[in-house]
Design a protein. Structure first.
Length: 343
């Protein structure tokens, strides 16, 4: 009887210790972040982009069959990686009605959709980091397909790879502490419609969105960087939050070492790029936002913006920067503080 009692107590003790081990939180300070960053490869980005920016997608004009087919490809890739839509949503689509995108000076657009995929946070699931890119382009003109490989096929496929990297970390026991919404928005080319629709009709309370990382054209170089592609323009990072700016700077220095060019972040930038991509619809609601951009090149909004012209090494490095910045935002103790007015 005594021996049985000792065995029972030993079993109970070991069970309790096992439960304690299971309950322990993973130590994120020991995570090899570079391991996951390096899963974002030029080869995989190229594979995706030759599909997303192929002639079969007919230039992905807002609400067109080609754009919808591109969207189906994106959803298929998320499903392959076991990344689902948010539980609060009925599926991967957020419908954006034609009437919402109506403008007097624009052509009538068909109903379209934002596409969202979601990795729920392990510790602060109610806090949401949005990573965005627009998956529409300008369609076809005079029988020519405007494939938009850089604008914004590059950002679109970067989201796929960033999501895959986060999912691999989750499989290894290091899922993001905050939730991440991968948001492919529609209607950017006709007036930032999809991001405006999401920010006006958010799936999660807008005040729970801690930041937006927006990726729009990161696969080429511009004339001001003829001798190197080891750069990226950073726009908006310090407009609302010193924290966001510092996080991006530190992540770049630690992992990627791109030349961060801030010339278009100037308040007096005549190009007004800060107001011309989807991050702006988050920023104007007080959400810290950062916009990665390679600048304008000779093929911008032309039928010659083709996947063959993408510099995939540069695309991979810039996507990796977005990932490591997102990693820090998702896993740091505090959300970035809003300490500026955006002006």
């Amino acid at each position: 009887m005594k021996k049985i009692l000792i065995l029972c107590l030993t079993f109970l003790f070991l069970s309790c210790k096992s439960s304690e081990i299971i309950a322990q939180k993973p130590d994120y300070s020991k995570v090899d972040v570079a391991k996951y960053m390096k899963t974002i490869t030029a080869e995989e980005l190229k594979k995706h982009l030759f599909i997303v920016a192929s002639d079969e997608m007919e230039g992905r004009n807002t609400g067109s069959d080609g754009q919808k087919n591109a969207g189906k490809y994106l959803i298929g890739e998320y499903k392959k990686n076991n990344i689902s839509h948010p539980k609060k949503a009925d599926g991967f689509y957020q419908k954006v009605p034609s009437e919402y995108m109506s403008r007097g000076f624009s052509p009538k657009l068909n109903d379209s959709e934002n596409i969202w995929a979601f990795i729920e946070g392990s510790e602060k699931p109610e806090e949401i980091l949005v990573i965005s890119a627009h998956y529409d382009h300008v369609g076809m003109k005079n029988g020519e397909v405007y494939n938009g490989a850089d604008d914004d096929g590059s950002g679109t496929v970067a989201l796929l790879e960033i999501a895959q990297a986060f999912m691999q970390a989750k499989k290894d026991g290091f899922g993001p502490k905050r939730s991440i919404l991968f948001l492919h928005v529609t209607g950017e080319e006709h007036g930032l419609h999809g991001s405006r629709y999401y920010s006006d009709n958010p799936l999660f309370p807008i005040e729970n969105t801690i930041a937006d990382i927006n990726i729009d054209m990161i696969g080429r170089r511009d004339d001001d960087h003829k001798n190197t592609n080891n750069y990226v323009y950073v726009i908006g990072s310090d407009r609302l939050s010193t924290d966001l700016h510092n996080i991006n700077e530190e992540a770049n220095k630690k992992y990627v070492n791109l030349d961060l060019d801030y010339r278009y972040n100037d308040l007096n930038d005549p190009n007004r790029f800060y107001y011309r991509s989807d991050h702006y619809n988050f920023a104007k609601k007080g959400i810290p936002s950062i916009f990665y951009f390679n600048g304008v090149h000779a093929d911008y909004h032309k039928e010659s913006d083709e996947p063959e012209k993408i510099e995939y090494d540069a695309l991979a490095k810039r996507a990796q920067l977005a990932f490591v910045t997102a990693w820090e935002l998702a896993n740091r103790e505090n959300r970035p503080v809003v300490d500026k007015d955006g002006k």
